[in-house]
Design a protein around this ligand. Structure first.
Ligand code: AMP
Length: 174
């Protein structure tokens, strides 16, 4: 089973993706976490990733597409996976397509995600970076949603409801 959870930062993607991976015994792949680890290495690629993260910009499409392709070759992903954070642009899915069977979009108003992110307080959740990430990702997300809508794999879920309700809705569709 190859699943994708889409949504703005703060929409609850990671929480839901982790619960799904656990329930169905799938591997959980979160690009944000992999990239934050890679950003600690003092290689040219690590430095480039660090710069993008520090500015709230997206990391280079080819770097991300390549790392996802590699990760999905790992033994633990052979029975399926739940993806969190990829693709974030049309160019990424054109570069490497994981062939998702279902795509869930957690729809949450921008004001609500801004509030949630500032409360969460991760390193990149300062008000300025939150605004920049939302600005960059809203546009790209719209294009990615269109792509999956056309392919008929998209299921939209009201992500502003509570965690258990959202999870139930997702599970009902699987
Ligand atoms: P996240 O933890 O999913 O909110 O991702 C944190 C940051 O990692 C994002 O703001 C981006 O800078 C970067 N990132 C995560 N996934 C991608 C991706 N697919 N493409 C480009 N940048 C990404």
């Amino acid at each position: 089973m190859k699943l994708l959870i889409l949504g703005l930062p703060g929409s609850g993607k990671t929480t839901q993706a982790q619960k799904l991976a656990e329930k169905f015994n799938l591997c959980f792949v979160k690009t944000g976490t992999i990239l934050r680890e890679m950003a600690k290495t003092p290689t040219p690629e690590g430095v480039k990733i660090r710069e993008a993260l520090d500015k709230g910009e997206l990391v280079d499409d080819l770097i991300v597409a390549r790392l996802v392709e590699q990760r999905l070759k790992d033994e633990d992903c052979q029975d399926g996976f739940v993806m969190d954070g990829y693709p974030r642009s049309i160019h990424q899915i054109q570069t490497f397509d994981p062939e998702f069977v279902k795509v869930f979009y957690l729809k949450v108003p921008e004001e609500e995600v801004r509030k949630r992110l500032i409360q969460r307080g991760r390193e990149d959740d300062t008000p300025e970076l939150v605004d920049r990430r939302l600005q960059v990702q809203s546009k790209e997300l719209g294009e990615v949603l269109e792509f999956f809508k056309k392919n008929g794999e998209l299921v939209e879920i009201d992500g502003s409801k509570d965690e258990e309700w959202v999870f139930g809705q997702i599970v009902n569709q699987i």
